[in-house]
Design a protein around this ligand. Structure first.
Ligand code: PLP
Length: 429
């Protein structure tokens, strides 16, 4: 007998990237003026033409249930866009529209992965990959992205991890949180290894939500364009980042077959029936109107400029270093020397039940120096011991970024302050 909550709930784990919201509120209640460098969303609003399109659709009564797979007009736009940009032939029947970018991740795990199957996912990586691996009872095989390889990986890293039990490989290029970008050659290597070594029915979940934020004039490449990979790839995307539509909750998946699109649809049908039709029409406007492409290009230029200003400032702080992100809009900062200097590494080693060093530093920087970041543990914990990083978002204005980095610099040498912080366990345990 037992307990209020189901056992399965516990499998979702306690890690939650939104927990920082409560910590920020608490720090502010304690008198801190917090600079928010934690945000995973563009710092501009959705464009007027998108907003107007949704309002017009609402006013004209497009407010009813609609096709659970997604409104045909929007699916046609998606299929056209993916076919053109990836040089593949995708039909609207292979597209599933979802409420945001998270459902295609969850639905892929629920649809394809059995207990005991192996799942390879990037670590550090978007937390949902590890959460769903655990939830479905799969064997987590985190692929540790390395700073000295600019967070790319190739055949040497992947090949020893892939075997006949490898059912799902998750790719995320450009990557959250590292900004790493896989090249066309990397993708060709990955495809080859998967074809030769993985489970006969393996799938690749390619999370391309940062596709429009590749810097330095480089192009985005997708594994779906590799020979034979259209039959293996679930390409997922959303409008959250590209069109600054995080609160709209709109995303999609392109499946290898129509039957698989129907299979994934059974989760959405049974959970939320359909994605609101007026939101789909506004999302179609975003995808089809060249004006919105221009806005996205400007966002990319803005993020790249901030990267170029802020990276030298980060790397000038003693004990911090950060590899130049090739895409997305984050800087993933190595704070290992700082964690050692402040005594966080030693403290965590003595108190293994308490958070790891970079979490302690992240909370110390928030509560005592007023700067909100995310810690390494927010991006997957399996095998992350000994890795000391924090993530800041470049989707913050340049003054906030400069203030934030100078506060981190002060925190990084505040040994006495850190020891005093450790005497307030209510702030970190
Ligand atoms: N995938 C990655 C890599 C992300 O960073 C995010 C959001 O931060 C998502 C998926 C989910 O997007 P959404 O907010 O639309 O659910």
């Amino acid at each position: 007998m037992g307990g209020l909550f189901s056992q399965r709930l516990a499998r979702l784990g306690s890690q939650n990237e939104f927990k920082i919201v409560d910590d920020i509120a608490k720090a502010e209640a304690m008198g801190q003026q917090v600079v928010r460098l934690n945000l995973g969303e563009p710092d501009n609003d959705s464009a007027d033409n998108i907003n107007d399109c949704a309002i017009d659709n609402i006013k004209s009564g497009n407010t009813h249930y609609c096709d659970p797979q997604g409104v045909m007009a929007f699916r046609e736009s998606i299929a056209g866009f993916v076919s053109k940009t990836r040089n593949v032939d995708v039909s609207p029947d292979q597209v599933l529209v979802t409420s945001g970018g998270k459902p295609p991740i969850a639905f892929s795990f629920l649809t394809y992965v059995n207990p005991g199957d192996e799942v390879i996912y990037p670590s550090p990586g978007f937390p949902a990959y590890e959460v769903w691996t655990n939830y479905v009872g799969a064997v987590p095989r985190p692929l540790h992205l390395e700073e000295n390889k600019s967070y790319r990986f190739d055949a040497t890293t992947l090949a020893p991890m892939v075997n006949r039990k490898t059912k799902l490989l998750v790719l995320n290029s450009p990557s959250n949180p590292t900004g790493g970008v896989l090249t066309k050659e990397d993708l060709a290597d990955i495809a080859k290894i998967m074809e030769e070594q993985a489970h006969p029915d393996y799938r690749i979940l390619s999370d391309e939500v940062y596709e429009d934020f590749v810097f330095d004039g480089n192009d985005h490449h997708s594994i779906i364009s590799q020979p034979g990979m259209k039959e293996r790839t679930i390409l997922m995307n959303c409008h959250s980042k590209t069109f600054a539509m995080t609160g709209w909750r709109i995303g999609y998946a392109v499946l290898p077959t129509q039957a698989e699109a129907q299979a994934l649809k059974s989760w959405s049908v049974n959970i939320y029936s359909c994605t609101p039709p007026f939101i789909q029409m506004a999302a179609r406007e975003a995808l089809d109107n060249p004006l919105n492409r221009e806005i996205t290009k400007n966002m990319r230029a803005r993020f790249q400029k901030r990267r170029d200003v802020i990276l030298p400032l980060i790397n000038a702080v003693g004990g911090m270093h950060c590899t130049q992100p090739g895409g997305a809009f984050y800087a993933f900062i190595n704070v290992a020397d700082i964690c050692k200097r402040l005594g966080a590494v030693e403290f965590s080693a003595r108190n293994s039940e308490l958070p790891p060093p970079s979490t302690l530093f992240q909370l110390f920087a928030l509560y005592k120096h007023g700067v909100a970041t995310l810690d390494r543990a927010a991006f997957g914990v399996v095998g992350s011991e000994g890795q000391h990083y924090i993530r800041i978002s470049l989707a913050s204005d340049i003054e906030a970024l400069k203030t934030g980095v100078s506060r981190l610099a002060k925190a990084s040498v505040d040994v006495n302050g850190f020891q005093a912080f450790l005497r307030q366990p209510e702030l970190y345990s």
